[in-house]
Design a protein around this ligand. Sequence first.
Ligand SMILES: NC(=O)c1ccc[n+]([C@@H]2O[C@H](COP(=O)([O-])OP(=O)(O)OC[C@H]3O[C@@H](n4cnc5c(N)ncnc54)[C@H](O)[C@@H]3O)[C@@H](O)[C@H]2O)c1
Ligand SMILES: [Zn+2]
Length: 378
Amino acid sequence: MPKSVYAGEDLSTHLGEVINIQENRRVLLFTDKGIESNGLVAPIEAYFQQHDIDYRIEDEITPEPSYVQVKELLEKVTTFDFGTIVAIGGGSVMDAAKLISLLRGAPYTIEDLLDNASIAKKQVPSVMIPTTAGTGSEATINAIVTIPEKQVKFGIVSSEMLPDLVLLDVNNVKKLPKSILAASAVDALSHCVECYTSKNATTFSNDIAKIGARYIFQNIITAYTDPDNVEARKALLMGAFYGGVAITASGTTAVHALSYPLGGKFHIAHGVSNAILFRQVMELNENVIIPQLASMADFVYPNNGQTGAKSKADFLISKIANIVKTVEIPTDLHKFGVQSSDMDFLVDSALQQTRLLDHNMKKLSRADVEGIYRSVLN
Ligand SMILES: NC(=O)c1ccc[n+]([C@@H]2O[C@H](COP(=O)([O-])OP(=O)(O)OC[C@H]3O[C@@H](n4cnc5c(N)ncnc54)[C@H](O)[C@@H]3O)[C@@H](O)[C@H]2O)c1
Ligand SMILES: [Zn+2]
C-alpha cells in the first residue's frame, strides 16, 4: 500500500507532509499538457508558491510512453536537484514518474530494469495524484512502458515504486472528458474483475477487488451519461484506487495479456483495448470461474434475481458487455487498423505475456488466443 492516502476535495494542503520532511524541498512537478491546459496543475502551483517551495514543471510526456521517452525525460531533469517528485495525471504520467523515482541518480538504467527490476531502489520520494478514473497506478507496483523495437508493452514491477503519498482529489475528475472517463473506468473495472478471478487471488485481494468493482459497476453509466454527477465520478476514482490495490495484491490476467500487443503495435489506448477484449475473455474463462463471477454478481447486485451460479455469472458478463456498449467504446479491431494478416504477431506477442497468462484460471492455448482476437476482428 502507498504510505499515506487521502480522498476528498482540495487536497493540495497535504503535499507538505512529504515535501517538508525532506532536506531538499525542491519539487519536480510531473504532468502532461492535457492536464495543464485543463487547469489541474494550477492549485498545486499555488500551494507551492504560498509555501515557498521551489519547483519545476515537466510536461513533455505523451500517452502510453515508451521506455525511451522515460530515459529522455530523466536526462532532461538531470540538472535540476529535486527532493520529491509530484505526479499529477493519468497512468501515463504516473508510470513515468514512478520510474523516475527509481532511476534518478541510480547506478542502473531503465534497460537494466527491463531485464531485472529486482535491483531497483527508490531514489526520490513520490506523490501520485490521479486525474483519470483510472488506472490505479497510484496504488500499484507496476509501470507500463512501450518497447518500440518489439512493438509491445511491458510491465516493470517493483514494490519500491509505491508512492509515499496519494491524493484522490475529486476536483481532478470533474471535467474528465467522457471518452477518457469511459476507457479508464473500464480499465479499472477489468483490474477488479481480473484480480478477483485470478489464480493469484487471496482473501485480501478479493475483498478489495469486490469493493472496487461495486464502486465502478454501480456508477460508471451514471458518470458517463450525467457528467455533472460528482458523486458518481468520485466513486470511480475510489474504485480505480481499489483496483490498483487489488493488482498489487493479486494481478491481472488474460484481458491485459491480450491487450498489450494492441497497445504496443496499434497504439490503441489501454482502456479501449481492454474494453474490446473484456467480454470475450470472460466468456472463454467462464466455465472455470463461475463461482467467482457469481459471488461478485451477488456482492455488486444483491437483487440480481438470478438463481444458480451459472446464471449469476452470465448476468455479470452481460453487465460488462452492456457497460462497454453504453459508454460507446468501439469493439471492432478493424476500426483501429488491425488486419487479419496481423494475427500471428498478435497471438505470438500475447502468448509471451506469461507474467499475466500464468495467473489466468484457464490455460489458454494458441487457438484460444487466436479465437478471441478473431471474434473482435469483424
Ligand atoms: N501502472 C499500472 O498499474 C497501470 C495500470 C493500468 C494502466 N497503466 C498504463 O497507464 C496508461 C494509460 O493511462 P490513462 O488511461 O490514465 O490515460 P493517460 O494517462 O494516457 O491519459 C490519456 C489522456 O487523457 C488526458 N487526461 C488525463 N486526465 C485528464 C483530465 N482530468 N482532464 C482532461 N484530460 C485528461 C491526458 O492529458 C492524456 O492526453 C497506459 O500506458 C497503461 O498501460 C498502468
Ligand atoms: Zn489496466
